[in-house]
Design a protein around this ligand. Structure first.
Ligand code: SF4
Length: 318
């Protein structure tokens, strides 16, 4: 469904300085799959999701969606493109993303008017249908965001995203603003909707436990590049990249709260980074001279098919 290749995003900062937010990002997503995108803040996961959702333009590379390079359509024009319906975004914090002057019903109706041209009874019926799909009681539809709880607002945000019948949902930390108990309920709802509606998910999160629960595959990003990608169990149980190993070791695990600190050391600056140096080298305990001479390619991380990591430790020596 989605083929991302050579995607890059740079921001000119002036005086010859360029921030490299994304570099050479490439991956595929199959229909019905859920791909988790994880990494610390500043790793480029939100920039990537905004480019794929066509809210921002890439500097280079392509995003093939159903065989069309949608990255070549400027974000401003894509807003009016019929394919806009097929890709929808669920935002991090429903409180910020919902218009305070719109009732829940108006918020869900807005993309249906704009993208599907629905009016009158057909519009009302689809709003009611989406509310029911997301477990939002009908009596809440006339309420404004400030009259709804966090969980109810999250349901409005999801109902609004599924309303125009998308096939791909880009979810940007959709539960991070919620209490833990509400988070579990909303994640359950997202899992159910994916099966019921045959949706494909790109799920951006800093919470590895959440990604493990919901996603088939996971992509770990570090300073704008892919560090590791593969099936969630392969990546979490047999992490091949030193950064993923540190992330996996830092996952809080309930009874045995390992929660070890992430690696120390200053992260490399994303401004004018040396293209020949592994971006994790400044924090990696296993860094060797080679890591500062050539950027590591993606190499098989284990015997599991499709499990790849960008680390020289995986290259055959000799
Ligand atoms: Fe560490 Fe080198 Fe692997 Fe980068 S390539 S993660 S610096 S060992």
């Amino acid at each position: 469904m989605l083929q991302v290749a050579g995607l890059g995003k740079r921001f000119a900062l002036g005086h010859g300085a360029t921030l490299h937010a994304l570099a050479d990002v490439g991956f595929n997503v199959q229909p019905g799959e859920a791909l988790g995108i994880v990494g610390e803040s500043g790793c480029g996961k939100t920039t990537l999701s905004r480019i794929i959702a066509r809210l921002a333009d890439a500097s280079d590379g392509s995003v093939q969606f159903d065989g069309t390079n949608i990255a070549a359509i400027p974000a401003a024009r894509f807003a009016r493109d019929p394919r806009r319906s097929a890709i929808q975004l669920v935002f991090q914090d429903a409180t910020d993303s919902l218009n305070p002057r719109f009732t829940a019903a108006q918020a869900i109706a807005e993309p249906l008017r704009r993208l599907r041209g629905l009016r009158g009874a057909a519009l009302a019926a689809r709003v009611a249908e989406c509310a029911a799909l997301t477990g939002l009681p009908g009596e809440l539809l006339s309420r404004y965001p400030h009259q709804l709880s966090g969980g109810q607002k999250a349901r409005v945000g999801i109902a609004r995203a599924i309303a125009p019948e998308p096939r791909l949902l880009v979810l940007d930390e959709p539960t991070s603003a919620l209490d833990v108990s509400v988070q579990a309920v909303v994640l359950q709802l997202l899992a159910e909707l994916r099966t019921r509606l045959g949706l494909t998910y790109l799920f951006v999160s800093h919470d590895l436990n959440v990604v493990r629960l919901l996603c088939d595959r996971v992509m770990v990003m570090y300073l704008g590049r892919i560090a590791e990608i593969g099936r969630a169990n392969a990546v979490f149980d047999h992490p091949a990249h030193p950064y993923t190993r540190a992330l996996a070791a830092a996952i809080p695990t309930g009874e045995a709260q390992r929660n070890r600190a992430l690696p120390e050391g200053e992260p490399m600056s994303p401004v004018n980074p040396d293209p020949h140096t592994c971006r994790f080298a400044s924090r990696c305990a296993q860094a060797m001279p080679r890591c500062r001479e050539a950027y590591p390619p993606l190499l098989p991380g284990s015997a599991a098919p499709g499990h790849l990591a960008a680390c020289h430790l995986l290259a055959p020596t000799g």
